[in-house]
Ligand binder design. Structure first.
Ligand SMILES: NC(=O)C1=CN([C@@H]2O[C@H](COP(=O)(O)OP(=O)(O)OC[C@H]3O[C@@H](n4cnc5c(N)ncnc54)[C@H](O)[C@@H]3O)[C@@H](O)[C@H]2O)C=CC1
Ligand SMILES: O=C(O)C(=O)COP(=O)(O)O
Length: 304
């Protein structure tokens, strides 16, 4: 039977579905054991990964029979696309399958950070009754600025409009701005938005696009949400802005160093209006089931 290696976690039902037709090696720990991963893919026709497995030339060299690369997600910055193209390996992202999950994450985070009422349980447990401190702001009537207007951003815009939020978007490559008002410059977006949410891929053109000068353009009352990729934001500049109070708050799902280390985590210590999550914006149970089913389907089609 044709061999398929799955190197990160995948919905069990989709794995079982693949087992019907393929010799499946499924071990979510393979991503952390590169030597074993290299051995397993030496005779595999397909490899399935999430965002952590670095699919670079060395890994591809270890897989001479590889025909298909399933991606249980949409970001492709962990994959050497040119090397895959040169070897005629089909790269198969789960396009659209985790949009709703990210969109809900963005709106939830925006509401929590604007409202400011959800981080005070410890004060209440100490017998405090901080009503005036917790009179935060509403999402309704605010301006959401989306950087990138692709699949995830559109789902976010749809839901934000239902909440009474005005939606702006800056994307030099998008043709269709249905559901948002197009803003021609990044500077214009940053200066106008109450909530800036990032939805660009990590590329040479977007690395540190949110740097010290970009952050300085944002309103001091504004919040930043990054559920795109850590490298899109200069984390040192961001923590400095949050500590200085020139930015009201941030929700970060992605980081320059993943997984977080004690050292990288400590850089955020002392910042209060902050939500940190371990790269789960796109990974609800439902999204994982959709992403996994679509990837199984993609692999099946690619391998015929
Ligand atoms: N945290 C998480 O769990 C998740 C993170 N992501 C990240 O979000 C990214 C976006 O996802 P999708 O919306 O599905 O991708 P997409 O490809 O549909 O949209 C990306 C948009 O960014 C635009 N863009 C590229 N460079 C730009 C620039 N310099 N300035 C402004 N816009 C630019 C493109 O024109 C495109 O419209 C993914 O690449 C991935 O890295 C996606 C899903 C889940
Ligand atoms: O879809 C994406 O790009 C994501 O970042 C979601 O993470 P994952 O693909 O589940 O590892």
């Amino acid at each position: 039977m044709t061999k398929l290696v799955i190197a990160e976690f995948m919905d069990e039902a989709a794995v079982d579905d693949l087992r019907r037709d393929f010799d499946v090696v499924y071990d979510a720990g393979l991503v952390d054991d590169p030597a074993r991963l290299m051995r397993e893919i030496s005779d595999a026709a397909a490899l399935v990964v999430r965002n952590r497995t670095q699919v670079r030339v060395a890994l591809l060299d270890a897989a001479p029979n590889l025909k298909a690369l399933g991606r249980l997600g949409v970001g492709l910055d962990n994959i050497d696309l040119d090397a895959c193209a040169a070897r005629d390996i089909k790269v198969l992202p789960a396009t659209g399958a985790n949009d709703v999950s990210v969109a809900e994450y963005v709106l939830t985070s925006a509401m929590m950070l604007l409202r400011g009422a959800y981080f005070g349980a410890d004060r209440m447990m100490r017998g405090d009754w901080p009503r005036e401190d917790m009179c935060g702001r509403e999402l309704s009537g605010k301006i959401l600025g989306l950087l990138g207007y692709g699949s995830v951003a559109r789902e976010t815009a749809k839901r934000a409009r239902l909440m009474g939020t005005e939606v702006l978007a800056h994307d030099p490559f998008a043709r269709n701005f249905d559901g948002a008002t197009r803003v021609d410059t990044l500077a214009g977006l940053l200066a106008t938005a109450d909530i800036v949410s990032l939805h660009v891929p990590l590329t040479d053109g977007t690395r540190h696009i949110i740097d010290e000068s970009a952050l300085a353009r944002m309103k001091p009352t504004a919040i930043l949400i990054n559920a795109a990729r850590g490298g899109v934001v200069d984390e040192t500049a961001l923590t400095a802005a949050l500590k200085a109070g020139t930015l009201h708050g941030a929700a970060l799902d992605v980081f320059e160093t993943e997984p977080m280390t004690l050292e990288s985590g400590q850089a955020f210590a002392g910042i209060t209006n902050l939500i940190l999550t371990p790269h789960i914006a796109g990974v609800t149970q439902e999204a994982n089931a959709r992403v996994s089913a679509l990837t199984a389907d993609n692999i099946r089609k690619a391998l015929g």
